[in-house]
Write a protein that binds this ligand. Structure first.
Ligand SMILES: NC(=O)c1ccc[n+]([C@@H]2O[C@H](COP(=O)([O-])OP(=O)(O)OC[C@H]3O[C@@H](n4cnc5c(N)ncnc54)[C@H](O)[C@@H]3O)[C@@H](O)[C@H]2O)c1
Length: 295
């Protein structure tokens, strides 16, 4: 396992590329949008400089790590000699199925195909792949360079060999792999998203404002970040997609996305990545001001 390809260079793709690169892997980062690749490499550079300032990396290590990353804008070139492909494109089932259909015709029969999906069925993705035994969920947490967990999700046909390989690989990255089975939202988002949705419900009902809801949850539950700010960091569009998968997958109205979330995403206020969500980040990530305004 030396050659890793990441499909999708957004919030998660750049973080995953960063972590593999600093551990000496050869990383190819692919995105259909040229702009995403440019943004990703700038973000990786900035985050590595921060690690140098904190003494986590030396300048030489940061430079050589950056040199381990190649930006690629053609799928065939990106995946054809990969040992492992990790798909981290937009959380959309049809899109992921199209990507896996294409990748599975381009890679060798022993390439492991992982998806970083937060909620979508590994089985559905595996079913359209040529080698379903090689398909697995490798769910990194945001921000990837900081968070220890990798939720490993086996589909019905995922082989033990594939599972053990990605578990060992996660450990080589300094992460802690924890396994679970293939049900909508797996474990992390099946529990997290209803909490975020309920926080938005509190906001909509006027129980408290954005800052108050987040403060109560931070101070009362020792959460490092309130649920509304966390939703901004995840991406409100990503939260909406995950809730839709939970709602459809379980057919239970408790997962129905709150209309405030739908409105914010429709308005393009998707959180940190757009500069605004429940908070406004124009003064930087450390000094957000409340942006949500119910008129
Ligand atoms: N944001 C989080 O906190 C978080 C955490 C864990 C897992 N995830 C999962 O990671 C995946 C990516 O999420 P994100 O937050 O990085 O999203 P994002 O919106 O920041 O980035 C998605 C990227 O995918 C690219 N893309 C879209 N279609 C593509 C295609 N056909 N081929 C290649 N690239 C394509 C987009 O250009 C964009 O750069 C999703 O499945 C999401 O559920 C997100």
């Amino acid at each position: 396992m030396k050659k890793i390809t990441i499909i999708g260079a957004g919030t998660m793709g750049n973080g995953i590329a960063h972590v593999f690169a600093i551990h000496g892997f050869n990383v190819k980062l692919f995105d259909i949008h040229e702009g995403s690749l440019d943004r990703a490499i700038k973000t990786i550079e900035k985050n590595m400089s921060r690690q140098v300032e904190k003494g986590i990396l030396t300048t030489t290590e940061a430079e050589s790590s950056l040199g381990n990353i190649e930006l690629v804008n053609e799928m065939n070139l990106a995946v054809k000699s990969a040992d492992l492909v990790i798909e981290a494109a937009t959380e959309n089932e049809d899109l992921k199925i199209e990507i896996f259909k294409e990748i599975s015709t381009l890679v060798s029969s022993d390439t492991i195909l992982a998806t970083n999906t937060s909620s979508i069925s590994i089985g559905k993705i595996a079913a359209i792949s040529k080698h379903p035994e090689n398909v697995i969920g490798m769910h990194f947490m945001n921000p990837v360079p900081v968070m220890k967990l990798v939720e490993i999700i086996s589909g019905y046909k995922t082989s033990i060999k594939t599972k053990e390989t990605v578990e060992n690989l996660s450990k080589k990255l300094g992460k802690i792999p924890v396994s679970c089975n293939d049900y909508p939202g797996f474990v992390a988002n099946r529990i997290l998203m209803p909490m975020i949705n309920e926080s938005i419900q509190c906001l909509q009902n006027g129980v408290a404002g954005v800052a108050e809801i987040d403060s109560i949850m931070k101070l009362g539950m020792s959460h490092p970040m309130g649920p509304l700010q966390l939703a901004d960091f995840i991406g409100l569009d990503v939260c909406l997609s995950i809730l839709n998968v939970l709602h459809k997958g379980f057919g239970d109205s408790k997962y129905s996305p709150n209309p405030v979330l739908v409105n914010l995403v429709t308005a393009g206020d998707t959180g940190v990545k757009s500069g605004k969500g429940f908070y406004d980040y124009s003064n930087g990530l450390k000094n957000p001001t409340v942006s949500y305004n119910n008129h």
